[in-house]
Design a protein around this ligand. Structure first.
Ligand code: ZN
Ligand code: ZN
Length: 309
């Protein structure tokens, strides 16, 4: 039987793309080490900074909170947890409880903001009103508000950095989907080194070089409770087709996803330097916008039309 490539211990996981076999402690260490290298390579978090980790209560975000908490003392930064309550009856409460429990266990401050408090409606109500706006998917609609809510929560913790749990698979899927939608201008936002002087809150993805299946395994073996049911409004459509395609490619050609990530980053860095893409303040609310009213103000205007009818 093969033993752990690092310590000779009992085999637990074989990383097909590198051929290394790891015992469980070495596997866990490898995930933490990879996140640490990613953070340092892209200078995602500097010493003395305060990081707000966006925690939905699912396995990826709870793992990220745990990993960044482990890295925060040696890295010289502070970590807090922020969660968004979209207002989805029977779904969100369980996830928020998992986020609250882990934050308490780690001794990390936890802030929850709700759509109702920030925007005046719950997602349940908004999607009710949205009937008829079929050209806007529930997820892209909700995503616009969630990003704003995360910014608000981060501001309340005085964070200068927001960390989200997007993994390598999410990154490559988003890259490909932008190409498929003809949305090349959005590629600049994926640049891990992207910074925007006019809006100083940085967004970072410390798991962007870790395979989804490895984050999942890390979560399953860490003994924490997390929500596994997905949002009842989720209709992923194209994204799940892209996910299946990438998984098939990876099964036939181990390491393909790593290569795709490298290529995507190469394209993005060449593109984002020349695109000159910068946000400008939204004329209605003053928050970052790619031009004209921001997504939140546009979506709110759509909703108000329906409510006033
Ligand atoms: Zn080992
Ligand atoms: Zn606005």
């Amino acid at each position: 039987m093969t033993s752990c490539s690092k310590c000779g211990g009992r085999p637990f996981y074989t990383r097909r793309y590198s051929g290394e076999t790891l015992c469980e402690p070495c596997f866990r260490d490898s995930i933490v080490a990879k996140a640490r290298r990613t953070v340092s390579k892209y200078r995602m978090i500097e010493r003395g900074e305060s990081v707000a980790v966006a925690v939905s209560g699912g396995k990826d975000s709870l793992s990220l909170l745990k990993v960044l908490h482990d890295l925060s003392a040696p890295g010289g930064y502070e970590v807090s947890a922020i969660s968004v309550d979209e207002g989805v009856a029977g779904y969100r409460d369980e996830a928020l409880a998992h986020a609250r429990d882990l934050a308490a266990q780690l001794g990390v401050p936890h802030i929850v903001v709700s759509y109702r408090e920030l925007f005046g409606f719950s997602l349940d109500e908004a999607l009710d009103w949205k009937e008829g706006e079929r050209d806007v998917s529930s997820c892209s609609f909700c995503g616009v508000f969630r990003r704003r809510a995360i910014d608000e929560a981060a501001a309340r913790t005085n964070a200068s950095v927001v960390a989200t749990a997007h993994n390598l698979d999410d990154f490559v899927q988003t890259f490909l989907m932008n190409l498929m939608h003809g949305d090349v201008a959005r590629l600049a936002w994926l640049d891990p080194a992207y910074s925007d002087d006019s809006f100083p809150l940085r967004r970072v993805k410390p798991f962007m070089e870790v395979y989804e299946e490895e984050v999942a395994l890390f979560a399953y073996r860490s003994g924490m409770a997390f929500q596994s049911v997905s949002c009842p409004y989720m209709h992923e459509g194209l994204r799940s087709e892209v996910r299946d395609y990438l998984n098939q490619m990876e099964a036939a050609h181990p390491g393909m996803k790593n290569v795709m990530l490298g290529s995507a980053l190469d394209v993005i860095s060449r593109y984002s330097g020349s695109s000159g893409k910068r946000s400008v303040p939204c004329p209605r609310c003053g928050k970052p916008s790619s031009g004209g009213p921001c997504g939140v103000c546009r979506m709110k205007a759509l909703l108000e039309q329906h409510v006033n009818q």
